[in-house]
Ligand binder design. Structure first.
Ligand SMILES: Nc1ncnc2c1ncn2[C@@H]1O[C@H](COP(=O)(O)OP(=O)(O)OP(=O)(O)O)[C@@H](O)[C@H]1O
Ligand SMILES: [Mg+2]
Length: 314
């Protein structure tokens, strides 16, 4: 059971609140889709829907296997094939279990201790770590154990949700390099989630940018980074600290969008914050009246913006 992970028209609601609205993407086997967007944009909801932890609508397929039925309809075999690693390794490792037992939990058959040692070596940890309890490990070591634990199930798809967010910057790079190496060596299909575009661009083949529950731009990573078409993507790029560069978006604006209500339909959801839209430019009525749905043509790089213009990479 391998093949592309395909999500079509995925919608996640919590009561009356729509956290994910009509999200579609396809991750070819062995490649990495980076999902980026600010806090609250719906990234984790997408991840939880794919592994069946959150009810959703729409289609989720892994190759020929339908995952849309949620956890109840999934066999154990299917559940093993898609593994999720979370932000906080403290939450995903049972503090009462030795590290080795935590890793072995997801394994089939015999040779478990030998396999645990192999997995620990795979994530560059000393196999003797198996005898320890998680509280004796550093954050970076714990995150490696969480990755080893996910790999124990021999997944086809690994979903990494903010796996480096709780780590020191120096340790982040080590864990990112580890993930990239494992993804290539094991041929994993990966959904890599982070609010940090600098982190996402480092590991991803394709990028999808989320804002208020929707994907506003999607395409090959080097194109989205090199020639961003959506003003929101440009603001994320501008927010990556770079000496001598002005930030397009103030922290106040980010704060307002997290706590405030989304803009009402039918106009563009981003228009109130858009640095090139109707808030700053007269004559942009189209942004007020019409929802700029992406995917109007068959290009690989798409942006849901009335102002988006395909441009040559800079
Ligand atoms: N169980 C829940 N019940 C109600 N609302 C929820 C629930 N989980 C998430 N939400 C809301 O759904 C929206 C999307 O949340 P989600 O966790 O998917 O965002 P995110 O992009 O992963 O954010 P972050 O970068 O902070 O992890 C947020 O507004 C959040 O408050
Ligand atoms: Mg999240």
């Amino acid at each position: 059971m391998t093949g592309a992970l395909a999500v079509q028209n995925l919608t996640v609601r919590y009561g009356a609140f729509t956290a994910v609205c009509g999200v579609s993407f396809e991750i070819p086997p062995g490649s990495v889709l980076g999902l980026v967007g600010e806090s609250g944009s719906g990234k984790s909801s997408v991840a939880r829907a794919i592994v069946g932890l959150t009810p959703s609508r729409g289609a989720i397929r892994l190759g020929d296997t339908d995952l849309s039925a949620g956890p109840v309809g999934r066999t154990r075999q299917v559940r093993r094939r898609v593994q999720l690693v979370f932000q906080d390794p403290r939450g995903s490792l049972d503090p009462r279990l030795h590290v080795g037992d935590s890793i072995a939990e997801g394994m089939r058959g015999g040779r478990r201790s030998a396999r645990v040692a192999e997995l620990l070596e795979l994530v560059s940890l000393d196999p003797r770590v198996a005898e320890l309890r998680p509280h004796l490990l550093s954050g970076g070591q714990r995150q490696r154990v969480a990755i080893a634990r996910a790999l124990a199930a021999e997944p086809a798809v690994l979903i990494a949700d903010e796996v480096t967010a709780s780590l020191d910057v120096s340790v982040q790079a080590v864990v990112l390099n580890l993930l990239r190496r494992l993804q290539r060596d094991l041929g994993l299909t990966m959904l890599f989630i982070s609010h940090n575009l600098a982190v996402v661009r480092y590991v991803s083949d394709e990028l999808a940018v989320m804002f208020h529950g929707r994907i506003v731009e999607q395409g090959p990573a080097e194109e989205v980074i090199g020639a961003p078409e959506h003003p929101y993507t440009r603001s994320l790029l501008a927010a990556i600290p770079q000496v001598g560069e002005r930030r397009l978006l103030s922290d106040d604006a980010v704060e307002a969008s997290v706590t405030g209500d989304p803009a009402p339909p039918p106009g563009c959801d981003y228009r109130l914050r858009c640095p090139v839209g109707p808030a700053v430019r007269p004559g942009m009525e189209i942004c007020e009246t019409s929802d700029p749905a992406g995917g109007k043509d068959d290009r690989l790089h798409l942006a849901a913006c009335h102002l988006a213009e395909p441009r040559a990479p800079t």
